[in-house]
Design a protein around this ligand. Structure first.
Ligand SMILES: [Ca+2]
Ligand SMILES: [Ca+2]
Length: 303
């Protein structure tokens, strides 16, 4: 099939088949009420936000979903255009000459030529058994291209946090304040053991888990926290909440007007308390819009 311009309206509407959840919207307290966050992330101050009703994917976009988009459009992700992406060192499945070396400051990330959404561990890996796993190695720009095809958009950061909270007020996690459901009973896919060398796999997964693993939150959303980071629409600023808190009852905030990185939410299978406790509702990070990694994906909302 000939490539279809990605900007064409609703080319793939109806082809995005993921389960949808309609959320009523309303007021909620956004931000970290527990003081858990790194001050540089700007998770505070907690501030009231009002959200209009919207509809969101129950899971992050899967490899099967993304394959449908690529079949329809011929779209090539930025990782495919650049010829490489960032792979976690224990997930690497590449030839030695394809390994570009570790990232500075984060040596567990390795640049691998041939790593992309179809080859999440590098050129010697494939999607066998991974069709119901979240798509990874997709940049913010790739995620937006998918949304345009599907007649959808990325959630705002405020929508994402409201959705992840699942109707609970000011809790750490989508299910409450306690990480575990009991001894050894994990509720999300993060890292257990000694990061980044040894993962005891207590939760069952070294890298991605199928999107319907563990239990959904009170709204019926799966794995907002853990598994893969999820791109949001907004530019990131650690000062944004302080600015917003001075306004009375912001409605559907959309983030700063410009920035360097786009917001990512929810943490991933690499999160561990020893270096990154961002597997929480309020946690925030960012990356540049053309960056892709083996632990970041996205979910979409209705236009
Ligand atoms: Ca895990
Ligand atoms: Ca997630």
């Amino acid at each position: 099939m000939a490539p279809v311009p990605v900007g064409s309206p609703s080319v793939g509407a109806g082809r995005h088949r993921g389960e949808q959840v309609a959320l009523p919207g309303g007021a909620f307290a956004m931000g970290d009420a527990h003081g858990d966050g790194h001050p540089g992330d700007g998770e505070q101050p907690v501030h009231g936000v009002r959200i209009s009703p919207f509809t969101i994917d129950a899971t992050s976009v899967t490899n099967a979903d993304f394959a449908t988009f690529v079949e329809d459009t011929g779209y090539r992700t930025e990782a495919e255009q650049f010829g490489f992406s960032a792979v976690f060192h224990l997930a690497l499945r590449a030839r030695p000459d394809e390994v570009m070396g570790p990232a500075s400051g984060a040596p567990w990330w390795v640049g691998a030529r041939g790593a992309d959404w179809r080859h999440p561990g590098g050129s010697q890996s494939d999607l066998d058994g991974l069709l119901d796993h979240p798509v990874v190695h997709v940049s913010w720009n790739d995620a937006v291209a998918y949304c345009r095809w599907a007649g959808r958009r990325l959630p705002t950061e405020a929508e994402w946090e409201y959705a992840s909270r699942g109707g609970l007020e000011s809790r750490r996690y989508p299910w409450g304040d306690e990480l575990l459901a009991g001894p050894g009973r994990w509720r999300c896919n993060i890292w257990q053991g000694q990061f980044p060398a040894r993962n005891t796999l207590d939760d069952g997964f070294l890298t991605t888990a199928p999107v319907r693993s563990f239990q959904p939150n009170g709204f019926g959303l799966w794995q907002t926290v853990g598994n893969v980071w999820e791109w949001c629409a907004d530019w990131f600023s650690p000062r944004y909440y302080a600015q917003l808190a001075t306004a009375p009852d912001p409605v559907d905030p959309t983030g700063p007007v410009y920035g360097h990185g786009r917001v990512m939410r929810g943490g991933s299978f690499l999160c561990h308390d020893s270096y990154c406790n961002r597997y929480r509702n309020a946690a925030r990070t960012s990356n540049t819009p053309d960056s892709s990694t083996g632990n970041s994906g996205f979910r979409t909302v209705a236009l």
